[in-house]
Design a protein around this ligand. Sequence first.
Ligand code: HEC
Length: 153
Amino acid sequence: MGKSEGRGRKEAMQRWFLPLLASVSIIAGSGALTGGIVSAYSSGAITVREIADFEKLMKDIEFDMNEMQATIVFEETGPALDYATRLLESFGLVENFFIARGSADAVGWSREYKGLATGIAAYIRAGQFDEAYRVSLEFSEACEVCHDVYRPL
Ligand code: HEC
């Protein structure tokens, strides 16, 4: 985690939307990377309804996020991509959960997270591990935006 030293939470929050813009342009440039996954989850076929399932999902997200950062640091392309893809899928489930609850802001944050995961995956595929790591820090430092409002359920 040495690379994260000196990066303040406040600074990270201010930079929260910038990688999102980068992610959008990456998505536009590599639709084949994520098109299938995104459309599968936007179908609404998969949902998390029970709070116990939701807590398990959040624990998985925390685990995958930590593992993703570690594998990015060690430039392990395959595992890092697997974790980024799982995080994309997990936030699809979070999105569906909040769609079912009618919580528009949480749906928006879930979609932003899907965008970040997609951007990270694209950087990993391109071998741009410094960029992947930078966005993964944004990823880990913005969780509280939603927790502040919706935690506990
Ligand atoms: C869109 C909303 C949202 C986002 C974004 C979000 N969370 Fe959560 N998270 C929640 C809610 C709601 C709870 C509380 C669940 C409950 O009360 O049962 C929670 C709870 C948790 C928990 C505790 C689970 C437990 O055992 O009760 C962990 C760990 C967690 N989140 C990790 C994360 C991490 C890591 C991120 C960022 C990568 C993140 N969350 C982003 C909504 C979100």
